[in-house]
Each structure stands twice: as C-alpha cells, then as structure tokens.
Design a protein around this ligand. Structure first.
Ligand code: PLP
Length: 441
C-alpha cells in the first residue's frame, strides 16, 4: 500500500475516544503535540487506531534510530526477556551490561579508557554527569547555554534554558548554574556577523563571566549540546566547540557533551561532536541508543571517573533487556546506518533548500545528517519567527500523513529513523510542500 494512507482525517473515531479517556486520567503537564494515537509501528511507518498509515519523520523525538520495531532489535529483546528481566545492575552483574559498557567505551570519542554509568533516560544521565563533575573536581559551579535542553529533574532542569515554561514555579533550582548565549549565528545575541565576530560567544566567557560572576577555578563543568535540539536544531559555527574545549582544558573545567539527541549516528557520525574533533570528558547519551527501550549512558574518561563504591547507582538503570536492545541497535548503526544518515540526510537537506528558495516563509534550513531543522520566519529585517505558521504546517502535515515535530521558537525538526530512504524523503517533501502551499498564498 502507498504510504502515507489516510482513510479518515485524524483523529478518527477510535483515536478520539482514546484521547478523551486519556484526558480524564493522565497528567495535564504533558505537552501533547497533535492527536496521534498509535496502534502499531514498523520501520518508518506508524499506523493509528483508525487504520491511517503515517510516514514518520520524527521517530518519537529522534529515538527510533533503527526504525520502529526493527526485527534484529525485537529479536534481542525477546531473547533477553526469555532469560531474565531484571536483577539490578548496580548491585550485581550480567553479560549484556558488561558488553554494552565495553562497546560504548570503544565507540565514544577519545582514545583513553572510559567508564560507563547506566540510567533510564537522558535526564538521569545529565543528573549523573552533574554529580560526577562536582564529585571529581570538588567545584560547584556549572556553565550551560541559553536554548539548552538537558532534562526536567531539578538538577538537569537547572541547566535547561530553552523555554521559561519548563522552569516556571519549580524553583529554587540548584545554585551555581550560569547560562550564556549559545553560538547561534543567525540570531547572534551580540548582533555580530560570522567572519568578523571572532567568535564573541566563546570569548565572552573569559571576558565577562569569569571576570564578574565566577572564577574559573570554581567551575566544575560546562555542559553543551553539539547541535541544540529542543532549542531549534541550531548548528554552532565551526570554531565554537573546539574553542569551548580549549577554554575548558585551560581552566580545568570538565567538558560535558550532551549527545542525547544528536548521538548514535543521527548526524552522519556515531557522535555529533566527532564532526569537530571534540573529545569530551563526559559524554551523555540516551534516546537513539536502544531504538526506543528506556536507556541512558554517561560515558566518562577513566581519569575523571574517580567516584568510589556506592556513591551513585540505580535500580533500573542498565536494565538487561534495554542493554540487549542497545547492543543490537549499535550493531545496526555501525552496519550502514551512519552512512545512510549522511547520504539521505544531505539529500533531504538539498530538497529542503530547494523548497526554501521558492518559499519566503522558510527562513532557514540547518542541520547535519538526519538532524535537520526548518525555521519559519517572516522575511523582514528582524527575521521574526513565525511560530503560528510552523504549528499550522505541522498540523496540516499530520492530517496528510506526515509526522513532524516542532522545536525552538518556530522550527520544525526532520529527524526520521536512520533507515529512511530517498524515496521516503521525496514523499515527505511533497507533503511538506503541499502543506505550506495550502497555508501560504
Ligand atoms: N538532553 C537532550 C539534548 C535532549 O534532547 C533531551 C530530551 O529531549 C534530554 C536531555 C532529556 O532526555 P529525557 O527526556 O530522556 O529525560
């Protein structure tokens, strides 16, 4: 059957009934985007409860890296589930956890030995990184960036600064966190132009932050996303991450790279920071690591992983079924999905740029591999973000059978499973273009 296939404009009757039931009992805090009610999902195709078939270009927020329910991943899950589901990896031992730790140590950037701490989510991974950074350095302060999303628990939320609604009324958050503007050239906070700016967004740390707010000797770690995710799929200028790394090294500050969204092949390399030759002290991973099973991993250089027995742990972190899924996922990613992300990603980028050339409502197309953002903005001097149009386009695409997700002020992210084909890109572009055409005349 041709994909997508819309039998009844979503939400259909069955979807509506489930949404209604859900509304009565689940927390109102969830930020539900549109009424997609899933029955099954396979590869890049999601079927809803009314029999509509959608083309998935959001992969459950960049999580279904190998596609939905990849047979190899399902097989690994089934085999492990038949053996045992849980034994608590913080207290005891099992092979999938040891194997996965060895694999992650091998594939994470940097030559030296590494240590892996397992969690159930991105948030908990960041939480572990905050704790290890403070423990190891005996310093308290942390630097993070405007636009960053690092999680929602009180520690990780203290580093998150993408939307004030994430933080409102939850304070006080942890003290000693300093937010600085990210390297976002299109919306440069210093109103400078790349090429003549001397990368002011990095220099300002030494010029201002370390001069007026906090001495560098008091800073434990700098947390940075190599490409900002929730913040709007923002790719920093080429010098940005190497300069941050250099600054951290000079001041004994740990460089913590949050690869929770950008990792595991998504950008056309195993980890996005490899595009800039960065070697983090701590790398935080989750989302795509296990194709949808809940798992996170904090990968720290051996020299800084100095915490001792029983200082940190988790009942579920490193669950054996999730570890088995991760081993199968990584094998698939290494066996061609990184190359596919690079190849099909540049094809998608090319197509989106062609679309941008013919639509003044598209302000920017940016990204790497299969992590691409399309920003909607007015063609005025201020490049005024057009969130309303972005939301309308997302909704229209949903009705036509294409799943997309918003991020930043007015951006739509394209982050399909890494198995996506050029033919599927052609279909997605056709729907996306038609949606824009219907909304903008
Ligand atoms: N860090 C980044 C870069 C993320 O994109 C996210 C989630 O979107 C998180 C951390 C938090 O991960 P989780 O939602 O699994 O707790």
């Amino acid at each position: 059957m041709k994909i997508p296939h819309i039998k009844v404009t979503p939400p259909g009757p069955k979807a509506k009934a489930i949404v209604e039931r859900d509304r009565c009992y689940t927390s109102q805090s969830y930020g539900r985007v549109y009424p997609l009610v899933v029955k099954e999902a396979r590869g890049c195709v999601v079927e809803d409860v009314d029999g509509n078939l959608f083309l998935d270009f959001m992969a459950g927020i960049a999580v279904a890296s190998t596609g939905h329910s990849h047979p190899e991943v399902v097989k690994a899950i089934e085999e492990q589930a038949r053996k045992f589901l849980h034994i608590c990896g913080s207290d005891f031992y099992y092979e999938p956890m040891a194997e996965l730790a060895a694999k992650l140590s091998e594939i994470a950037p940097g030559k030296g030995a590494k240590r892996v701490f397992f969690t159930n989510s991105g948030t908990e991974t960041i939480e572990a990184a905050i704790k290890l950074a403070r423990y190891h350095t005996k310093r308290q302060h942390i630097i993070a960036f405007h636009g960053a999303f690092h999680g929602r628990s009180l520690g990780s939320l203290s580093l998150t600064a993408s939307r004030t609604s994430h933080r409102a009324h939850f304070g006080p958050l942890i003290p000693g966190v300093h937010h600085m503007p990210y390297g976002f050239c299109r919306r440069c906070p210093y109103h400078l132009t790349y090429g003549s700016c001397e990368i002011e967004c990095v220099r300002v740390l030494e010029k201002t932050l370390f001069r007026h707010d906090v001495a560098p000797q008091e800073v434990a770690a700098l947390f940075v996303e190599p490409i900002q995710g929730e913040g709007g799929y923002v790719v920093p200028p080429p010098e940005y991450l190497p300069m941050l790394q250099d600054l951290c090294r000079r001041h004994g500050i740990l460089l913590v790279v949050d690869e929770i969204q950008s990792g595991f092949g998504r950008t056309g390399k195993m980890f996005a920071c490899e595009h800039w030759g960065i070697e983090p002290d701590i790398l935080c991973a989750a989302k795509g690591i296990a194709s949808g099973m809940p798992l996170g991993a904090m990968i720290a250089r051996e020299e800084i992983s100095t915490w001792t027995r029983s200082t940190h742990g988790s009942t579920f972190g490193g669950n054996p079924v999730a570890c088995a899924a991760a081993l199968a996922t990584i094998a698939l990613i290494e066996d061609g999905l990184i190359e596919n992300a690079a190849k099909v990603g540049s094809y998608l980028m090319e197509k989106l740029n062609l679309l941008k050339a013919g639509h003044s409502s598209i302000g920017d197309v940016r990204g790497l591999g299969l992590m691409i953002g399309v920003e909607f903005a007015r063609p005025d001097e201020k490049l005024t973000p057009d969130a309303k149009l972005r939301d309308q386009v997302m909704q229209k695409c949903f009705e036509k059978g294409l799943l997309l997700l918003s991020c930043g002020e007015s951006t739509l992210r394209f982050c399909p499973p890494l198995i996506v084909t050029r033919e599927e890109v052609d279909v997605a572009i056709e729907i996306f273009a038609a949606a824009i055409k219907e909304l903008v005349n």
